[in-house]
Design a protein around this ligand. Structure first.
Ligand code: AAL
Length: 406
């Protein structure tokens, strides 16, 4: 049916008028609307929560207000922090031509701090050269080195902790992104491994090396302790990780950033998964964490049936707190830049958002000798992380501070 302009105008005005007429204005100038039924007549939360969040109690709740009450946005100041960064002294300073990145946790042993990290030399070229011998990433053709310090500021590079395997071994191309666990007089390094050739469709695994001393020698296990879930399917022969017939599990291509924790009498190997045919999610790259659990530190590690255990984050950063596990999630996903907590080490709840005034640390290596249980973020008081300057990754020290402290 064809309508003339004046009649459309008339109809619209009539509609608008009837909507307005249906609305009742209260004394305070608040309009009552019959929108979605989100009623708060039960007033399920403490009065102080409504007051703190400026939500009128006992009436209608917007979805956002309900979420704020449910998720206790009025709480958790103890879980909030900001970060400051400092250059280190000694041999871990920025060094053009050398990559040092992805530091492990810092452990304190017989009066000395130890840290392990990825070290490589020379520039990287990506995959564009097509030459399988060329270094593709800063963490390609890397080794795991370690350094010591009396105070966490002045560091002395000591040398190699774990090198690459012989040609043909599962780790013959690169060993990198280490974490360390000191347990029962032994020192366990877990780290990423790549077997040559390093192509886009490469599958990364996790290796382990064990020593009686933080200075080594570290003895590698014969086999990796963790591998990607083998349930995706590439499409075609082209070397691109984005073309798939089937994506498979969240960790179908890579298991990364391993972090070993002794938790509830078992060994919890937290890791980051990368998926074949990676897509974007709401907050950027599709990156999630998983956990695999073993009774012995050497394994065998069984992936949790709850995996993935986060929907966001990047490098693993976890610490024990009051019988559970706390986590700092950065960089990727809709819940990036949050601190989360799981009483059971698996089911994480968001406790705070961070990154308001400062960027969260990349690949934070936490100081395991700090008193974790003192308060939620005591474990983050200081640690090591990395940044990039003039094209070269280098280690830094981070510290937390309370922006609201007097
Ligand atoms: C890091 C980590 C892993 C990746 C690369 C080196 O931030 O997630 O270690 O493989 O980037």
């Amino acid at each position: 049916m064809k309508m003339h302009r004046p009649s459309i105008f008339l109809l619209l005005s009539l509609c608008l008028f009837s909507i307005y007429a249906c609305q009742e204005k209260s004394g305070a100038g608040i309009v009552n609307q019959n929108l979605a039924e989100v009623d708060d007549t039960s007033r399920a939360y403490p009065d102080s929560a409504y007051e703190y969040l400026a939500i009128p109690a006992g009436g209608k709740l917007s979805t956002a207000s309900r979420r704020a009450l449910e998720r206790e946005y009025n709480q958790n100041a103890d879980w909030y922090t900001e970060f400051r960064y400092h250059d280190l002294k000694g041999s871990l300073q920025h060094e053009p031509g050398v990559t040092r990145r992805d530091p492990s946790a810092v452990i304190f042993h017989e009066g000395t701090y130890y840290v392990y990290y990825t070290k490589s030399e020379g520039e990287s070229f990506g995959f564009r050269t097509g030459d399988p011998e060329k270094k593709v990433f800063p963490w390609d053709k890397s080794e795991i080195w370690y350094a010591t310090s009396p105070d966490g500021w002045e560091w002395t590079e000591q040398g190699l902790a774990v090198g690459r395997g012989d040609a043909g071994a599962y780790d013959d191309r690169s060993v990198f992104t280490p974490e360390v666990l000191a347990h029962d007089g032994k020192f366990y390094l877990v780290y990423q491994t790549v077997k040559a050739p390093y192509v886009n469709r490469i599958k990364n695994q996790v290796g382990m090396a064990i020593s009686d001393s933080p200075e080594g020698p570290f003895k590698k296990l014969d086999e990796p302790i963790l591998s990607p879930t083998d349930d995706g399917e590439w499409l075609g022969e082209e070397d691109t990780r984005f073309k798939v017939k089937k994506q498979g599990s969240f960790d179908s291509q890579k298991v990364h950033d391993p972090c070993l924790m002794y938790f509830n009498n078992q060994f919890y190997l937290y890791y980051k998964g990368e998926r074949m045919g990676e897509k974007l999610t709401m907050g950027g790259r599709e990156i999630k964490w998983g956990v695999a659990v073993a009774d012995q530190p050497e394994g065998s590690y069984i992936k949790s049936e709850y995996n993935p255990i986060t929907n966001s984050g990047h490098e693993i950063c976890v610490w024990p707190y009051q019988g559970g596990i706390a986590a700092l999630l950065t960089s990727d996903g809709p819940e990036k830049n949050t601190i989360q907590y799981a009483e059971d080490g698996v089911n994480f709840e968001i406790k705070s958002m961070i990154g308001g005034r400062s960027k969260p640390p990349h690949a934070a290596g936490l100081v395991r000798s700090l008193n974790h249980d003192e308060e939620p973020l005591a474990a983050l008081s200081w640690g090591l992380c990395f940044d990039r300057k003039e094209g070269w990754d280098y280690l830094q020290r981070f510290e937390t501070y309370d922006p609201y402290a007097p």
